[in-house]
Write a protein that binds this ligand. Structure first.
Ligand code: NI
Length: 138
């Protein structure tokens, strides 16, 4: 178990009140947990900014009747096949498909791939989730 460090933080009342309003109904139970979470998020952001080896997830919803989007998505993935860890395809409705692609690699490459996916015609929605390969300590 890592050493715990106790610290005090100074901020003006207004900002402190706003912090408390963020905590209400949020996922964090207290200020310490909130700040720890924020730091972890910032560390992951920095990994992406520094173009380190990272993990990213792309969710895509599309109409499979629309042009040849299915074939184009497969083609894009084959172009970086070494980076694709997994792809899950779900047939949402008669028309709609959802695909979740999990990729690892240099941040710039994963971003480029996500942008290329986003720009495909026939896609109704994409969501990109930048994450980490776990170098961030808890
Ligand atoms: Ni489908």
């Amino acid at each position: 178990m890592s050493d715990l460090v106790r610290m005090s933080i100074t901020m003006d009342r207004d900002l402190s009140d706003r912090l408390d309003s963020l905590l209400e109904g949020g996922r964090n139970e207290n200020r310490s947990e909130f700040i720890r979470d924020m730091i972890r998020c910032r560390l992951v952001e920095r990994e992406w900014e520094q173009d380190q080896e990272v993990l990213g997830t792309i969710t895509i919803v599309y109409d499979h009747h629309s042009s040849d989007v299915n074939r184009r998505l497969t083609h894009l993935q084959h172009e970086i096949h070494d980076n694709i860890l997994a792809t899950t395809h779900v047939h949402l409705t008669h028309e709609l498909c959802a695909e979740v692609i999990i990729a690892r690699g240099k941040a710039s490459g994963i971003k480029k791939f996500a942008d290329a996916v986003r720009q495909q015609k026939g896609i109704l929605h994409t969501a990109f989730s930048p994450s980490t390969l776990g170098k961030v300590e808890s």
